[in-house]
Design a binder for this molecule. Sequence first.
Ligand code: AMP
Length: 285
Amino acid sequence: MRTFSASDELRAAVAQARRQSLSVGFVPTMGALHAGHVSLVRRAREECGLVVVSIFVNPMQFAPGEDLARYPRKPEADAEVLASAGADVLYSPDAVRFYPAAFSTSVDVAVVSEGGEGAVRPGHFRGVATVLTKLFLQVAPDAAYFGRKDLQQVAVVRRLIEDLDFPIRLVVGDTVREPDGLALSSRNAFLPADARPRAAALSRALFAARDRARRGESDARALETDTRLALEAAGLGVDYVEAVDPATMERVDAARPGIALAAAVRIAGTRLIDNVVFDSERSRP
Ligand code: AMP
């Protein structure tokens, strides 16, 4: 695996792969890698000739007062994880070179960025869309790999790719979970041991809502309300529970297959997000 921090070196490596007619797969991350990230890298490895992974804790997507300074950073362990997952290139840009002092451009993906995480974290998706625009231009991949755990991010990226005509295939990977259901997240490391068991209540409540929908409950408001009550009863602070169309992130009234229930909670000073997508009894895995 080759590691670059300068964009011109990265571009040269991608150009060389292109001359060999290799397709390029790209997995953007913020590091502190876990099995969720690895599942995306392995998928890219299966599908592409050159696998580029970026690790960049993007300051622009953290609002003042958020956890930028304490976001976990594990460069050595991450490099080992990526090498054994089969990545070819690790791109770790330097924040000062990536955003020089005069940097003035931002990319706003309206509508899909506005509810959910966007409402609780103003400016977050502007930071996400801006960093991804730069990374997509630098890496110029054929395919980009994202996790469904970040449901709204996927919707924002889909619009960004379509609106700006990036010739990039968007690949969405399933959420990788701990045995008790907790979605893997770099932020899980912040959970104190005594709060950790309670964190599983988030996925448990979402799975319960999906089960009810499978049994015929189609009232999205009822599913939202009962999920919120279950989360509160487990001692979690609820930022939102919303049934949405995952393509547009618009709230919906009917919980039909393909609709997602997305939630964000606070537990012991840490924010966790998760979602389930409703399916039909017949399509159940
Ligand atoms: P992050 O490092 O948190 O920015 O995440 C990088 C990529 O990994 C994003 O596309 C995430 O959606 C994805 N990801 C994060 N957690 C998981 C998970 N538990 N399962 C699958 N993908 C994930």
